[in-house]
Design a protein around this ligand. Structure first.
Ligand SMILES: [Zn+2]
Length: 466
């Protein structure tokens, strides 16, 4: 079977050929975690999980390396850390925020049926690789030092803009370019910059004496280099990352290693909107994975229904996330599972399903083939296809409950955890108290502390985190 993938770099569907079939290498940009991940973040996680499963099937599980990074150097994380833990040293506060949100993220994507990637490197653990890479780029003449910044000089890379298909002039006109007097060209971008007071900092590269911090783009170039090598097979991410993030990753990696390509195939999933509108906190339609699992439109939705709803649209198409579509996805799974759950799980995956997936991950076509399996009574084959795509095939895993019911069932546990936390606080065991608070937060429970005005006793109430 041949795999064909749409390559953003060439704007064509191409036959996939690995540099090394004994080690097929995939890198996907992960989210910046300072809060619960939204449903838009779930899309690349699910899409590239399907690709990962398909590559494992085609090349053997032990011959595929999938790296998805965790961005933990970011202004939003710094701000959240200062806000949530004002009394802690900044590094400790940042660690707490990123550990908590990482735990939440892993719980959420596991609920969506996604396999853990082979590696999930963190930016803060790869500063040495970033500074080494910056030194190489400066040495190769593609970057320069100005006012304690290291800037990539886009003029040094004649085909800068190839991925996004834009000329330099168009990019200058269209992008929100940060104008700085020390830049040689307005499109030049930051590889390294000085840390402001209250920001984390590390020893700087390129002979800069003051401590600083990396720019965002360099982290993916450095982590993919460390874990996948100078050149690898597939780089994925959301379409919003094509420019400038991926364009800049390519410029950095190609210049550092004097290589014709960074990755051979560039895959991008389309935008996601909610009920026909762009998702935004200001529009009140901002929805997290956790919201959906806990209660959205009156129901706590099983993760498998979210996954199925996502895969009904081809990954390159824009996706409209609606309650009606989610309900329909759930009803289809419920009907199928009723018929397949008694069947053996280990049948071979049927050819039409695999062929659809091998045709640029055409999940709607694969799902049409699964409908056909269902309507013709081929339930063992349907179960195999479901399992291949990350679905349990068991009705008990997809019971949809009225939002609130599940929380009521869980509230006994929550109450006893809160009692344990307050006892720990009373005993001045704040580490344990924080640990329990974080455990509750990972369950999606947010605590509110208040003093009873009459008794002076601490009263803790809880709600499902938004
Ligand atoms: Zn990236």
């Amino acid at each position: 079977m041949t795999l064909r993938l749409y390559n953003t770099l060439t704007r064509t569907k191409e036959l996939f050929e690995s540099f090394d079939p004994a080690n097929v290498r995939l890198y996907v940009c992960g989210p910046t975690l300072y809060d619960f991940a939204h449903i838009g973040n779930a899309r690349p996680v699910i899409v590239f999980d399907v690709l990962y499963r398909l590559l494992r099937h085609l090349y053997g599980a032990e011959h595929v390396t999938y790296v998805r990074n965790i961005t933990d150097v970011d202004d939003k994380i710094n701000a959240r850390a200062a806000e949530e833990y004002p009394d802690l040293p900044l590094n400790e506060a940042i660690r707490r925020v990123t550990e908590k949100t990482e735990k939440q993220f892993h719980a959420d994507v596991a609920a969506l049926g996604c396999l853990p990637p082979t590696l999930q490197p963190r930016a803060t653990e790869h500063i040495a690789e970033m500074t080494a890479m910056i030194e190489k780029i400066v040495h190769n003449g593609c970057a320069y030092v100005a006012e304690d910044h290291v800037l990539f000089n886009v003029a040094a890379m004649p085909d800068y803009g190839k991925l996004s298909g834009r000329s330099l002039d168009e990019m200058v006109a269209g992008a929100r370019v940060e104008v700085a007097p020390f830049k040689r060209d307005p499109m030049d971008f930051v590889l390294w910059k000085p840390s402001k007071p209250g920001e984390p900092s590390w020893p700087s590269p390129a002979g800069i004496s003051t401590p600083g911090r990396p720019g965002w783009h360099i982290e993916c170039s450095a982590m993919s280099w460390k874990h996948l090598g100078e050149t690898f097979d597939i780089h994925g991410g959301g379409i919003d990352l094509v420019f400038p993030h991926h364009e800049n990753e390519i410029a950095q990696s190609r210049c550092a290693f004097d290589a014709p390509v960074m990755a051979r195939y560039w895959l991008h999933n389309g935008f996601l909107q909610v009920e026909g509108e762009k998702m935004a906190k200001s529009l009140g339609n901002f929805v997290t994975i956790r919201d959906l699992l806990n209660g959205w439109g009156g129901y706590a939705w099983p993760g498998e229904a979210l996954r199925f709803a996502m895969l009904r649209t081809h990954y390159r198409q824009p996706l409209d996330w609606t309650l009606a579509a989610l309900d329909e996805a759930h009803r289809t799974l419920w009907e199928w599972y009723g018929d397949v759950e008694s069947r053996a799980e280990d049948a071979a995956v049927s050819q039409p399903v695999l062929e659809a997936l091998a045709d640029d991950l055409n999940t709607p076509k694969a799902i049409a083939a699964m409908h056909e399996l269902h309507s013709t009574g081929k339930w063992t084959e349907l179960r195999a296809a479901l399992g291949f795509l990350g679905f349990s095939g068991e009705r008990k895993a997809i019971e949809r409950v009225r939002a609130g019911q599940e929380q009521a069932a869980a509230s006994a546990d929550v109450d006893s955890l809160i009692a344990a936390r307050n006892a720990a606080r009373k005993a001045k065991n704040f580490a344990e108290a924080d640990r329990i608070r974080d455990e509750l937060a990972a369950m999606g429970i947010e605590l509110k502390d208040a003093k009873d005005p009459k008794t002076g006793e601490l009263v803790t109430t809880w709600e499902v985190a938004r």
